[in-house]
Design a protein around this ligand. Sequence first.
Ligand code: MOS
Length: 740
Amino acid sequence: MTVIGQSVQRVDAASKVKGEAQYPGDMNLENQVYMKILFAGRPHAIIHRIDTSQAEQVDGVIAVFTAKDVPVNEYGLIMPDQPVLCGPGSSKPYAERVRFVGDQVALIVAESEEIAARARDLIKVEYEDLPVIADPFEALKESAPRLHPERDSNLFCHYRIRKGDVETAFAQADVIIEGEYHTPVQEHAYLQPEAGIGMIDEQGRVTVYVAGQWAHEDQEQIAHALGLPLEQVRVVYPAIGGAFGGREDMSVQIVLALAAWRLHQRGINRPVKIVWSREESIIGHHKRHPYHIKTRWGATKEGKIIAAEVELVTDGGAYAYTSTKVMGNATLMCTGPYEIPNVKVDSYAVYTNNIPNGAFRGFGGPQGAFAAELQMNKLAEKLQIDPVELRLRNLLKEGSLLSVGTPLPRGVSISEVVEACALKAGWVKDEEGWKAPKPSPADPSRPYLRRGMGFACAFKNVGFSFGAPEQSWATVELRGGSEIEQAVVYHAGADVGQGAHTVFAQIAADALNLPIEKIRLVVSDTAFTQTSGSASASRMTFMAGNAIRGAAAAALEKWKNEDRPATATYQYRPPRTTPYDPETGKSEPNFAYGYVAEAVELEVDEETGQIAVCNVICADDVGHAVNPQMVQGQIEGAVVQAAGYAILENFIQQNAVPLTRTLSTYLIPTILDIPDHVESLILEYPDPIGPYGARGMGEMPYLPFAPAVASALHNATGVWFDEFPLIPERVLRGLGKLDG
Ligand code: MOS
């Protein structure tokens, strides 16, 4: 019996339930020393001098490292624009500048954390403060100081889409909807703050135990900064306490490697451990990008959208991180999963002195979807067409062209997904089309409560987009004599908590026709296999699944030929994608997608401005649910995380200084805040090239949530909210119940 489609127990369940799983912060090695980082603590300055002499004299301090100790003082996933350590003495131009509060200035290694912290506070840094840019529109002005003086401007990426002729189409439109939307910063707030251990392993490799999303990418960034060949660097992931995109960029990876390696050069062979506090995590890693989206859509009175024009401006913060990739998605998704013949999009990513913004579940999709779906629901209101009916008249179908001029890959199911969600949420279809359910009756004893229902849908890419190299490697080793006694699966893929390793085991068991107990995993260690690509872009099941199936088939062949053990390595490469054409945006952006629709019913208290989400129907085409319970977990997790984004989480930075520094003032959903009821509607329209037809699904349930909430709030109150989080203050202001 196949284990595909079974909710088998997670391979890490017992160790996590018993508290035995080792997260990086739990690891302790013999003779280890402790590291603290001196952060800049100011958003923009030149460092003229760093005096570490007093710190070095503290009893128990082993070493202090600064920029001069970093061989190649730069890193960055898409461009190496960030110094590893800011300050004088390295050959990286302008590395003596700090550009956000979380820039790292010095590393202090000591016998204990307390000593390291005390010594850190004795380091004297001579700063010359520079003018601060906290707003992307200010940053775009000609007169704005440049954050990266070697560049012509603070604008570091501009995409264009030009399809058809928007001006002519707007002239022919019966209705035009204009909107200006603002989406907020979001903190990942993963359970486990950044931590790790750096050491020299028994083979002399600089080794880092850390929680990340792509071990081989970490390895590459470390090797680059240390000026070492790749094979002299090893990255191992123990248990990972959540990631959501927040561990794609480097936090402690390079500095742990640097410290261990420099100590080793001084004849000190002791592992170096670091654990960030929550406060350090909040300033030290990137956030979700805020977006400013101005848009105009035109439609005929029959409800056919004929034109969309969009301008997106996003704050990249101090360094590029994955901004260009995130914006690639937002640019594609800001016109929704609709076939629109005339489209013009311009998107801009801009440097400021804010904390860098980067990957976060949905990767630009949620920001794009917020604008697209509110436009759609406003259009429905203006045309007096039901929002589900209006969507069905415009949704992308097999063969219809995206804004970028090419069709979606085969297996387009968005209409089916929208219909399934609508039916479940109480919509009915008659000869005139789809009709929304009547709102639930108000509670006469609580007249200050208003109820509303909102609908939204989205599409989400699976895998790396726009020409980024995409691959995943796996090795399968079959051990035994006449029968296979054990199958060892080697794969670098990260289990960030989503259950990837369980899926690897399920797929290997199925592909080898073995009971799952016979599968042994050797995972998340660069020493044992080639790259997996990241645990991101909803890609791991799809990519690793295909790689493991390929390796399993090849290993079985060798088994038949009497190889003992029978070992095979396989690289899966999906169909190629292409980047935006610089003038028209024409491209083949992605090789696979998932499709999602959500209906949200909420209650708002018009006296306090508080929103309670009562019901969520979330329909997701996952292609094939390899482990249905984990799929449901992903849907519910995404909905709860998106509820925080939409309603609660308010990250405040003032003049590039974060005022939100702790989780006590950054309100993420607790059990009392989550929706009363989430119905996960798991649909399985197979992807033609996904393993067993599976599509990636970790991100898509997140996308339609915020616009569905804003639409439900409009349904309840008659007011459109084009900016969130929908905290009580914003709701009351929108309802005209607060002055000023
Ligand atoms: Mo993700 S935001 O693709 O790590």
